[in-house]
Design a protein around this ligand. Structure first.
Ligand code: XIL
Length: 371
């Protein structure tokens, strides 16, 4: 994780962009009226966040505290998005590195930035079964009672700290096996039992009853039996009165497999029918020899379109621009063999390395305009 953070910093720091403010090119954008700090005036890009605001749709970007230190990156967030997700700064390996220490600097920086600019925050993430994502002290806590107490107390501490400032939490991330149809028997499942999800949600709710609590999962956009089983799990939680407000569909399109038309909209509708909100939470569509930029446009258009057709309330991209994406970081690529088909740079996002809108940005804007 330390290594990743360094790579990220140097990538973000390496993006040098000068925003030229000429009176004729300025377009009003961003929450200038309500925000205590003026939103930088727009240059080329800006309409996405505003289109979302006008339609009550959250248009988010995953951001890092390191990234926000770069004024061009911060300006691009304010100009183009109306919400943020913490990409790494709230993960327990970063924020809770030892059993008796918390390192709040990064998470605080993101939340402070969002508060100053009236942007809602999706806190990502509390309980994530992926072993490499967890601090070694937690994985090494083998007594079920001690493990349960450590997990629930960490949730209480983190959610409590940001009560009123983080509006939505990805309480549980990726509970299913990476491409299967059932709960992963991860360390939380093993030590706390299959109801670890319910325990986590109830504990988060007690720490901040006003926060929206979500489960976030990959691959649901395909609408296969994985989605069927996931929807069944969500329905069971809702039926038991567990505090669950929404389901996040990550939508990392890391293979060239096609989402059969209508499948994503149908998944969104079925979840909405349970009384849940639904969001695309981690959209990125890498390009390469097997996926051109125009293919990327089609995929982004389909995902945004079906998401809104089905009644979802948020589209968040996993990063701000092509200049800093997790898909280009060596440590993540080593974990994701599918990325061999997408050599670096993968250019998976809506803004290019100079924060200019790409064709995919305009396609998503058109989808929003049509809704
Ligand atoms: C990734 C971050 O983007 C990287 O910077 C970090 O090194 C590893 O995690 N699914 C998730 C996210 O839910 O938390 C992951 O984020 C990407 C996959």
């Amino acid at each position: 994780m330390r290594r990743n953070r360094r790579i990220f910093r140097s990538r973000a720091g390496g993006v040098a962009v000068v925003i030229v403010l000429s009176a004729s090119s300025l377009v009003s954008c961003g929450p200038t009226a309500s925000s205590p700090v003026p939103v930088p005036a727009c240059t080329t890009a800006c309409e996405l966040g505003q289109l979302g605001r006008d339609r009550g749709i959250t248009i988010g970007a995953a951001v890092t505290a390191d990234g926000l230190r770069d004024p061009a990156y911060a300006a691009a967030v304010l100009q183009n998005f109306n919400a943020v997700t913490t990409e790494i700064d709230m993960k327990w390996r970063v924020v809770h590195p030892t059993s008796d220490s918390w390192v709040w600097a990064g998470a605080d920086a993101v939340v402070d930035f969002a508060s100053r600019h009236s942007l809602p925050v999706r806190g990502h993430t509390l309980v994530w079964g992926k072993e490499s994502a967890n601090p070694s002290w937690l994985v090494g806590t083998t007594s079920p009672a001690a493990f349960r107490s450590a997990v629930l107390s960490a949730i209480t501490t983190e959610v409590g700290r940001y009560a009123g400032r983080v509006q939505r939490w990805d309480v549980v991330n990726e509970p299913f096996t990476s491409d299967g149809n059932e709960l992963d028997h991860n360390v939380f499942y093993q030590r706390m039992g299959p109801d670890y999800i319910e325990q986590a949600l109830r504990t988060a709710h007690a720490a901040d009853p006003s926060a929206g609590l979500w489960i976030n999962e990959s691959g649901l956009e395909l609408g296969t039996s994985r989605a069927d089983n996931f929807i069944a799990m969500a329905a069971a939680l809702v039926a038991r009165g567990v505090p669950l407000q929404g389901i996040g569909i990550q939508a990392h399109r890391l293979t060239s497999s096609v989402i059969q038309p209508g499948r994503l909209a149908s998944v969104v509708r079925r979840l909405r029918a349970l009384g849940l909100q639904v969001a695309i939470t981690e959209l990125d569509v890498p390009t390469g020899p097997t996926r051109s930029e125009s293919d990327q446009v089609d995929v982004d258009r389909q995902i945004a379109g079906e998401c809104l057709d089905g009644g979802c309330t948020e589209i968040t991209t996993w990063g701000v621009s092509d200049g800093a994406t997790w898909l280009d970081q060596p440590a993540n690529r080593a974990d994701l063999p599918a990325l061999e088909a997408f050599p670096v740079p993968t250019r998976p996002l809506l803004l290019d390395t100079a924060y200019r809108p790409k064709a995919a940005y305009r396609a998503v804007a058109d989808v929003l305009r049509a809704h």
